[in-house]
Design a protein around this ligand. Sequence first.
Ligand code: NIG
Ligand code: FE
Length: 418
Amino acid sequence: MAILIKNIKELVQVEEIPRLKVEGKDMSILKTIKDAWLLIENGTITDFGKMAKFPVDFESNSRQIEIIDSTNRMVFPSFCDSHTHLVYAGSREIEYTDKIKGLSYEEIAKRGGGILNSARLIHESTEEELIQQALLRLNEIMWLGTGAVEIKSGYGLTVEDELKMLRVINKLKDLSPVTIIPTFLGAHAVPADYKDRQDEFVDLVINEMIPRVAVDDLADYIDVFCDKGFFSVEETDRILLTGMKYGLRPKIHANELGYSGGIQVGVKYNALSVDHLEYTGDAEIECLLHSETMPTVLPGAAFFLGMVYSPVRKMIDAGLPIAMASDFNPGSSPSGNMQLVLSMACINYRMLPAEAIHAVTINGAYAMGLSCTHGSIAKGKTANVFITKPISSLEFMPYAYGSNKVETVILGGKVMNH
Ligand code: NIG
Ligand code: FE
């Protein structure tokens, strides 16, 4: 089945020659076609152009082709959310109140709350329960425009529960039309029974978890929470080295709580991305400039935890690319709304709308290893796109924060039904 979208007010993020990522000054240049059409065949974007050169013969052949009239509406490539923890059990709004009263993220974690709280709930849940909860979240983000999402383990913290989480993430691939990328995050927090024996827990991750994850081919990437109060640079170094031996490229949590050295150790092992980056100085920027690593910022977590904001303007002006992701998780960012991320990118990080759109599409795709197939409107790419409600301009997308501007979702070339 083919789909022809016609009378598109503006077709956004068009690429004649697809790029893997967009960096520095180029981030402010966003190619669009006004008054456009887009052709989708067999799940793939096959052609597009201006209405002035509309392929009328398609319309006469309308039995084989579904025609969608998008007058006053824009078409975007679906959002690529490269960092989430959306497989989790229950929720943690109790900690929310503690946070409002003044407790920090680290203090809550030290009291056995935080990640350990989610680990207990994961342990008590069946795979089926986890799948059902995660499907609701996947469905929600799909209708907000997300077409590809990375999901991490990390609330298991035992061999069996980490494998359980990864099995769930892999099963979701068959159950959701959203493209899903699984990441193994065994070193997310030290479980209570390893308190004062952190090195033994690191050994468990290295000697037991990583080999099992690799044998069952359950993850594409490996993550470590390399930060103050969690895992050190030395521990991260050991874990990443082993992960890489098993073919797992790093994508790590770094520099959220301090100048942890996480960015440097990530770059050392050619991480696909380093994420959070609230504490990024000149040395970290310099290190990233000579790398293939995508600096990824998570505006929802910084907003929700009231943290300092990552120096994104400085990073782009230095020539770096930036990806932005939701960090959807129950502790630091209980929202997977990439439209909100887009607004925060502009308001809190002073990104131009064009820069922010690159950050949530093509650069997010890069940070999942998906930029050959996702993240822009280019011939041959997977037809993951959304059609907006009638909107006045592309700047309206970040400007009108808090409301859903997505009207029609097309994933893998299929129109999604409510
Ligand atoms: O990305 N920073 C570490 N991990 C998650 C939070 C996980 C949690 O609190 O449950 C994050 O923010
Ligand atoms: Fe995270």
